[in-house]
Design a binder for this molecule. Structure first.
Ligand SMILES: Cc1cc2nc3c(=O)[nH]c(=O)nc-3n(C[C@H](O)[C@H](O)[C@H](O)COP(=O)(O)OP(=O)(O)OC[C@H]3O[C@@H](n4cnc5c(N)ncnc54)[C@H](O)[C@@H]3O)c2cc1C
Length: 386
């Protein structure tokens, strides 16, 4: 079950994957197809677990189902959106643009079905939008429901959320429009993103000539996320290729403490390092300030190799923020052990309960998929033992 109105997790919001630089939808589509033809698989979207009680082999789970206001007759024809004038912030694009309040969560959404925002349903426009649907797919009377399930075993895979960088006072995130985060950069580069894939400065829509990536923005810091998320260096390297591909004359600086590119990902690091337009600068960024006239950003950094201070101007700054476990503020609703950072301490969280992916540890997609597969096998074994 999934809280969002579509499957794919945060991966659905990525433009490309490192190291292959291919779109994530290749892999996601294969899995969606498998799910569609599997008669024993039931998918619930807009669903959240409210409570869990019982024991391995005999859990009672209460699930809250939020209303979509659109039923399975929807063909995604878009007539409802055409009839709708109300707009809302687009959550899929981290609120960087607007979307109609009757909307498809994104172009490749699975299930491919529209959704109505609750504000639209309450408004005087709702009836007009309902009448615009030729398939009788809009149901304005849908309401929140609770579903009670009996299950033998549970895999908890609620993943991660981007660390809240507005808590980093010295970096100006949320204050300076041209300081963005790495997750926003994924959407800026995506063809179905807020700028149709053109990487442009939020303040004035200008093509950036200089871009800074600030590594460990809040990570490896006792006051914020004390751990390393393991993927941020690689994500910035990947995003530097987005910039350099679009703007061959642009200069990219990656400000880092140490580069973390484990195992075979070292080759990807080497490939990005060969690009003369991408400069790896060893130094922790101390402060970012905005030039109010140009909206350029002044980045203050100490070069760790020479112990010299530098102030450099950039058109756009990308904060490489880490992955905070969702369980750190929304714990599993049954007792399981956690580590010091809020990740579930092991895959065998409790009898009959497995943790997978970034619920357990910060990781890339392939490790998360392997972890999910292992957890599913453990769940099958648990059920089969009874
Ligand atoms: C900027 C950036 C770029 C990245 N690029 C790459 C890359 O190129 N290659 C790579 O290998 N990795 C990349 N990663 C890492 C990748 O995003 C993770 O490996 C992946 O998202 C982990 O998947 P997951 O299923 O564990 O978690 P998630 O993707 O977070 O999925 C968890 C799902 O659980 C849902 N959920 C959360 N709470 C609840 C709840 N209470 N009830 C119901 N559902 C809930 C969420 O809505 C979400 O759909 C990147 C990460 C970042 C930050």
């Amino acid at each position: 079950m999934e809280r969002q109105p579509y499957l794919g997790g945060r991966v659905a919001q990525l433009h490309q994957y490192f190291p292959k630089l291919c779109p994530p939808y290749c892999g996601l589509e294969i899995n969606f197809r498998r799910m569609k033809i599997s008669p024993k698989l039931h998918v619930l979207t807009q669903a959240e677990v409210e409570s869990v009680s019982g024991e391995e082999g005999n859990f009672d789970v209460a699930i809250k189902l939020s209303p979509r206001y659109v039923n399975e007759k929807c063909t995604a024809c878009g007539k409802c959106a055409e009839a709708c004038s109300m707009e809302i912030d687009n959550p899929f694009n981290y609120n960087m643009d607007k979307v109609k309040a009757a909307y498809l969560p994104h172009d490749m959404a699975f299930p491919l079905r529209f959704i109505l925002d609750p504000a639209l349903v309450k408004s005087g426009e709702a009836q007009k939008v309902k009448e615009a649907c030729p398939y009788d797919a809009i149901d304005l009377d849908m309401s929140t429901k609770t579903l009670d399930l009996k299950v033998g075993t549970i895999v908890w895979a609620t993943g991660w959320k981007p660390y809240d960088v507005t808590r980093l006072d010295s970096y100006g995130s949320g204050k300076y429009p041209n300081v963005i985060t790495n997750v926003m950069m994924e959407r800026l580069a995506a063809p179905n993103g807020p700028t149709q894939g053109k990487i442009l400065r939020p303040s004035d829509g200008k093509a950036p000539e200089t871009v800074a990536f600030v590594q460990c923005a809040g990570s490896r810091d006792e006051n914020h996320l004390p751990f390393c998320s393991t993927i941020c260096c690689l994500a910035s390297m990947k995003q530097s290729t987005y910039v350099r591909e679009q703007y061959p004359d642009a200069k990219v600086y990656i400000f880092y403490i140490d580069i973390r590119a484990m195992d075979r990902l070292e080759d990807f690091y080497r490939m990005v390092k060969e690009d003369p337009g991408t400069i790896f600068f060893k130094g922790k960024v101390a402060k970012i300030e905005q030039d109010n006239a140009t909206k350029n950003l002044m980045v203050r950094v100490e070069d760790t190799n020479t112990a010299s201070l530098h102030e450099m101007s950039f058109d756009l700054v990308v904060l490489a923020t880490g992955m905070q476990p969702a369980t750190s503020d929304e714990p599993v609703p049954i007792s399981v052990p956690y580590d010091d950072y809020g990740f579930v301490a092991s895959m065998h969280a409790a009898p009959g309960i497995c943790a997978a992916g970034c619920t357990r540890t910060p990781a890339g997609v392939s490790e998360s998929v392997q972890d999910g597969t292992a957890a599913a096998l453990k769940a099958i074994q648990s059920v089969a033992r009874r």
